[in-house]
Structures are given as C-alpha cells and as structure tokens.
Design a binder for this molecule. Structure first.
Ligand SMILES: Nc1ncnc2c1ncn2[C@@H]1O[C@H](COP(=O)(O)OP(=O)(O)O)[C@@H](O)[C@H]1O
Ligand SMILES: O=P(O)(O)OC[C@H]1O[C@](O)(COP(=O)(O)O)[C@@H](O)[C@@H]1O
Length: 309
C-alpha cells in the first residue's frame, strides 16, 4: 500500500494568456483547476498507472473543501486532516507565444500544534498498512523544519520505505534522516550542495556521497536532460524523450509517481528509473498537471535508454 502526504496542499490553477505582459492587463484565454500539491500529484499518477494510494494532508477553509471535492470527483481516496486556516492556491501562467510557464505559489496556512499532533497520529495509523510513503512539497508555516525528518524516523522504525521530495531547509533536514529515496531537481540539488552551476561530475559525486550515507535511491531529475540515478549497484543516466512540451509543472511529481509505482510492484531498479523519466515526460506533454495516461508512458518508454556510467 502506498501513502502520499502533502502537508501544504493547494488548488493548482493553470491560466493561459496569449503573451504575458508584466505591469499590464492580461486576458485569460483558457483556465483549469485541480486539487494539488506535490503528494496529491504523485498519487494521481500512481492511480493513472493502475496503482492504489491513500492521500493524506491538511485541508481547511473554502479552498480546502474545494480540494476535497475536486479529488472526490476524480475518485481519489483522501484521508485529510481538517485545519482552521485556508489552503493555498498555486497558479501556473502559460504564455502561449513563448511557451514559458510562470508559477505563483502562495505560502499557505499556518498549522497549529494540535493539528500537527493529529497528523503524527494519522501517520502512525497509516504505518500499519503502508509499504511506501511519499513525503512531498514545501512545509507549511507552524511546522518545524525537521518535520519530515521526524516522520521519516517514525516510518523507518516500522520498516516503511520513504521517498522525500522537497526543497531548501526541509530537504536539508530531511536528508539527515536518510529516506529510502530522494528526488531533487537541478535547483534543489544546487541548493543542497551549495553550488550554482552543476557539472555531471558534481552530480555523480553528490549522488555517491548521499548514497553512501544510506539513501538507497538518489534520483536527480534534470528536466529535458532526463535524470541521473545513484544506488548501491551503480550510477545510471537516463535520457528524456523528445516531446512537444505543453506544461512541465508537475513533471517532478509524475517522475516520482512512476518510480514508486514500479518499485512497489517489485520491478528491477533500471526499469523503475525508465518509468520515472517516461512519466515525467508524459506529464510535460499535457497542459493539466499530473494527468498522465499509461498508454502515453508506454509509448515514451520506447524512446528511453538507460546507461550505466
Ligand atoms: N522539456 C522536457 N522534455 C522532456 N521531458 C521533460 C522535460 N521537462 C521535464 N521532463 C521530464 O520530467 C522529469 C522531471 O522534470 P524536472 O523538471 O527535473 O522536475 P521538477 O518538475 O521537479 O522540476 C524529467 O526527468 C523528464 O523526464
Ligand atoms: O509544495 P511546493 O514546493 O510549494 O510546490 C507546490 C507546487 O508543486 C507542484 O506540485 C509541481 O511540482 P513539480 O513541478 O516539482 O512536479 C504544483 O502542482 C504545486 O502547486
């Protein structure tokens, strides 16, 4: 059983404009909205591939009710904890002319101490069934920077495999608890290792170091460059297929969804790595976030090679 946790869930909105003009009036030509936040997106992809997931997180206010309603409409199984404050909205603006994507991410609610305690109790209860646990996204205010580390320790004690996908201090602290999987993108790795320009050698050295500390799968997602993976058996490079890009927001989540889905089925790690990249790229072919189709993923797999370096 797979569980995903989104401590800072959101309504993900996508607005399209002809050409985004800063400081001027922009008319929205098309729009869509979904229940979102990173862990929700990971879950959506796992379900699209044929897996089963429980989605956990905090919801509050009108936006919280909307998130719950939107996910129910998709038949996704949620076990949210109610909070006093309102969930955030994350807006992606697609510039139709330049194809650029601009993201505006609200900070989100402040979590009260009693709400956090409820969450920890829920995690303990979930741990009775879970085999994989995905911790994704930014930490909301009111929650300590070591929140993910606390949850990772708790789950590891019960033999659960934990994947962590976050950024900044939350990632730095979470990594110390040695999750089973980490999936930073280029910006997140750069922040983690304190370098602004990364060479392949930097990635390899950072990956080896993190793997030797005890992280089983160090997965660096590299956008159109594909990904680099380090595990105890070696270092692997996977190319991304050539695609027509519509919206790359959610590609990291789709990547993690594909990876966890295959690993949870007991697939060989090389197979799981290829599925991760295929899912990330399948997401980028769509305007909506993390709405991949299994057929699209299988089509893209034919164009993906994995090389041991
Ligand atoms: N322009 C692109 N072309 C093809 N695949 C892409 C592109 N951008 C992202 N992807 C796919 O999505 C995966 C995750 O993308 P990335 O940008 O690294 O993650 P994040 O969304 O976390 O920043 C990549 O490994 C790749 O498979
Ligand atoms: O929790 P964070 O880090 O603020 O990120 C939230 C945003 O991340 C996304 O899940 C997309 O993430 P990725 O592009 O990294 O896959 C958006 O849907 C969401 O609004």
């Amino acid at each position: 059983m797979i569980t995903t946790l989104t401590l800072n869930a959101a309504i993900d909105k996508v607005h399209e404009v002809n050409s985004l003009m800063v400081g001027q009036t922009n008319r929205v030509l098309q729009k869509s909205q979904q229940g979102g936040g990173k862990g929700v997106n990971v879950a959506r992809v796992i379900v699209a591939l044929g897996g089963e997931v429980t989605i956990g997180g905090f919801v509050g206010g009108l936006n919280g009710s909307k998130i719950t309603e939107l996910l129910q409409d998709e038949n996704l199984q949620t076990e949210f904890i109610q909070i006093e404050e309102e969930n955030r909205i994350c807006l992606t603006i697609i510039n139709q002319q330049t194809k650029e994507m601009t993201e505006l991410l609200e900070v989100g609610p402040t979590i009260q101490e009693h709400e956090w305690q409820k969450m920890l109790n829920w995690v303990v209860k979930q741990a009775e069934h879970a085999t994989y646990f995905v911790l994704s996204g930014s930490l909301p205010k009111g929650v300590q920077k070591k929140a993910y580390a606390t949850i990772i320790h708790l789950l590891k004690e019960k033999g659960i495999r934990v994947a962590l996908d976050t950024s900044g201090d939350a990632l730095r602290q979470g990594v110390k608890a040695l999750p089973f999987i980490i999936k930073p993108n280029e910006d997140e790795i750069a922040q983690l290792i304190g370098k602004s320009v990364l060479t392949q050698e930097d990635l390899v050295q950072a990956g080896i170091k993190l793997q030797k500390l005890g992280i089983e799968h160090v997965c660096f997602s590299l956008g159109e460059q594909g990904a680099l993976f380090v595990n105890s058996l070696g270092i692997y490079k996977v190319n991304a297929p050539q695609i027509h890009v519509e919206n790359t927001v959610g590609s990291g989540d789709a990547f993690l969804g594909g990876l966890i889905y295959k690993l949870s089925l007991g697939a060989d790690h090389t197979e799981a790595y290829k599925w991760a990249v295929a899912c990330g790229s399948a997401n980028a072919e769509n305007k909506e976030i993390a709405k991949v189709q299994r057929e699209a993923v299988e089509r893209l797999l034919d164009e993906i090679q994995i090389t041991k370096i």
